[in-house]
Design a protein around this ligand. Structure first.
Ligand SMILES: NC(=O)c1ccc[n+]([C@@H]2O[C@H](COP(=O)([O-])OP(=O)(O)OC[C@H]3O[C@@H](n4cnc5c(N)ncnc54)[C@H](OP(=O)(O)O)[C@@H]3O)[C@@H](O)[C@H]2O)c1
Length: 273
């Protein structure tokens, strides 16, 4: 038996790539999202356990937690479900978009952490040789007993940009939640890890933000040499989870080389001066 991880928002983009990479590394992966058909494909293709559910719905989160706990101790929770809805000035922003972004990015993360902390503590109580891993010290399950809570925030949780306020506010709040959690869990072998990506060209992010407008979504990445892709973020997530248990990557910011800041994106080929 390998270590067990829950990945939310695993039906596309960063969550899907993370679920697939964790499974390839020998983890037992439980994938959570609302689209059952997409999770079924993950289950069939990668041996990933699918749980259909909405992280903003308290009943769904309770059911997800029951199903996860029934499978045994948990070693990692990856809070990835989230996204941006709309791109508007503060003056014109729709409060319903703001509410929806807060619900999924912040309260979804909060609810999943609250519901799964008991299973994560059970995972952290396991010691090498007494549970998953082979005790060799170089694979998932080895090293001192610990469990991890990892959230995908964004550079939007650290720097503001015009027409980003609703998403900025939600991601700043998710960042704050993770920082407070790290303080409150100090003393337990629970790592609290924040991964904050810049521009990632994923299937869903920009098209969701622009309400299905393909031209607006494509314009986000226009001319950018090598935006990050979901697999880049998955590599960092899996690396963070597989570091020795005493090493906590508190915060990792990663961007494409063509993006020096949220507001400084180079839209031409990069070349040395
Ligand atoms: N792409 C970027 O440039 C970028 C940059 C920084 C941070 N991020 C963050 O990275 C995360 C993943 O984004 P992505 O780019 O991979 O976008 P994506 O392709 O749109 O994926 C979003 C995932 O979240 C799931 N999801 C959304 N609402 C949910 C809910 N209420 N309950 C359960 N699952 C839900 C979606 O699945 P269902 O629709 O099937 O539920 C989907 O699997 C988000 O938190 C996003 O804010 C993205």
């Amino acid at each position: 038996m390998g270590k067990r991880a829950v990945v939310t928002g695993a039906s596309s983009g960063i969550g899907q790539a993370t679920a697939i990479l964790l499974a390839a590394h020998g983890w037992d992966v439980i994938a959570v999202a609302r689209r059952a058909d997409r999770l079924a494909a993950l289950e069939a293709g990668h041996g990933i356990h699918a749980v259909v559910g909405d992280v903003t719905d308290p009943d769904d989160v309770r059911r997800i937690a029951d199903e996860v706990s029934a499978l045994g101790p948990l070693h990692a929770l990856v809070n990835n479900a989230g996204g941006a809805f709309g791109s508007a000035t503060v003056e014109d922003g729709d409060p319903e978009d703001w509410r929806a972004m807060y619900e999924v990015n912040v309260l979804g993360t909060l609810r999943m952490i609250q519901a799964l902390l008991p299973a994560l503590r059970a995972g952290a109580r396991e010691v090498p040789g007494d549970g998953p891993g082979d005790g060799s010290g170089d694979g998932p399950g080895d090293g001192p007993g610990h469990a991890d809570i990892l959230s995908i925030t964004s550079v939007a949780g650290h720097e503001v940009y015009e027409k980003g306020a609703g998403y900025n506010a939600a991601k700043f709040a998710q960042h704050a939640l993770m920082g407070v959690l790290r303080l409150e869990l100090a003393g337990e072998p629970l790592r609290v890890i924040e991964i904050a990506p810049g521009m990632v060209r994923t299937e869903g992010f920009a098209i969701t933000r622009f309400g299905g407008d393909r031209d607006a979504a494509d314009a986000v990445y226009a001319g950018v040499e090598h935006p990050l892709v979901a697999e880049d973020i998955a590599e960092v997530v899996v690396h963070a989870l597989e570091l020795p248990g005493h090493v906590n990557l508190d915060l990792v910011t990663l961007r494409p080389v063509a993006q020096a800041a949220a507001t400084k994106v180079i839209r031409r080929p990069l070349k040395p001066r």
